[in-house]
Design a protein around this ligand. Structure first.
Ligand code: ADP
Ligand code: MG
Length: 277
């Protein structure tokens, strides 16, 4: 389905012609749409015509074997300069952001948690996050050090993170699990409209997976964020209960469904679907 164009619920009119409805009001525009997206990395086309719609307040799981292009798609959505969109559109709540830079996309409400977050020596989590949060707020709403500290402690507690964590340098020497929690903490503070979570569960033990998933669920319920989760782990999806599941393979969507599709993959693997191609 393409941006700003959606098929009528009935699909066809009485004469059997396909009905196309143009969304004009904003309420029907609370979705992130990608239409026929093609993405190149260093001269090679990795994403080969993907169309997907992500809805506010819903969890959409993007799955697929390694090397399918999941991270490439996430980076292209976020506007990473290395990932070149050669064709197609990205529309966020009715606004075409295909050509916008990453900071404009972030301010418009997009968030990407990295599969491999960078380590930044000399910058504490607390300072980094306060700068990030205030950067998104008008001057009169900016948080003081004390107010931010309170908010940070509250969000950290919800992710069962030790309060001393906020004084550590960003991702420096963090375990895999700590990096992932720091990414989710950032999401809870920034309150994005759409969050792309790239393997936010990898490196986490089962208890941490539950805590992180609960944090994501709370954010989704309280801010109506649309959550796009890239994962291989069924355990994570059991806690998140995705509303929609899409399977990416060799840069194309090969299957779509509800949570039952993820359950089928857990049982049968991707192989059956790939063999159908
Ligand atoms: P996934 O996240 O589904 O495992 P990726 O998006 O990481 O898949 O990778 C898809 C394909 O794109 C792979 O063949 C990978 O080698 C290639 N690719 C991804 N990023 C780069 C890059 N920065 N430079 C060159 N090739 C890349
Ligand atoms: Mg990846």
């Amino acid at each position: 389905m393409c941006p700003t164009l959606s098929k009528n619920a009935a699909g066809r009119n009485q004469r059997g012609q396909t009905m196309i409805k143009i969304n004009k009001n904003n309420s029907s525009n609370s979705q992130l749409e990608i239409c026929d997206l093609h993405v190149e990395v260093e001269g090679t086309e990795i994403i080969k015509g993907v169309s997907l719609t992500f809805h506010s307040g819903k969890v959409h799981a993007l799955m697929g074997p390694n090397g399918s292009g999941k991270s490439t798609l996430a980076n292209a959505l976020m506007g990473h300069p290395k990932y070149k969109i050669t064709q197609g559109k990205i529309v966020l709540d009715g606004k075409d952001i295909t050509k916008e830079k990453a900071d404009v996309r972030a301010k418009a409400g997009l968030f990407l948690s990295f599969q491999y977050p960078a380590e930044v020596q000399g910058v504490t989590i607390s300072n980094f996050l306060r700068t990030a949060v205030n950067n998104f707020k008008p001057k009169e709403d900016q948080l003081s050090v004390i107010d931010f500290h309170k908010l940070l402690q509250e969000k950290m507690a919800s992710l069962k993170m030790d309060s001393s964590f906020s004084r550590r340098y960003l991702n420096a020497g963090f375990s895999g699990g700590e990096k992932k929690r720091a990414e989710i903490l950032q999401m809870l503070l920034l309150e994005p409209k759409y969050a792309l979570l790239d393997e936010s569960d990898s490196g986490l033990d089962v208890d941490a997976i539950k805590t992180v998933a609960e944090g994501i669920n709370v954010a989704r319920e309280s801010t109506q964020a649309g959550i796009i989760v890239i994962t291989h782990y069924h355990k994570f999806l059991q806690f998140l209960k995705p509303d929609e599941v899409s399977i990416l393979y060799k840069g194309k969507i090969i299957a779509q469904g509800g949570y039952e599709l993820a359950q089928r993959i857990e049982k049968e693997g991707f192989e059956v679907m790939i063999n159908d191609q």
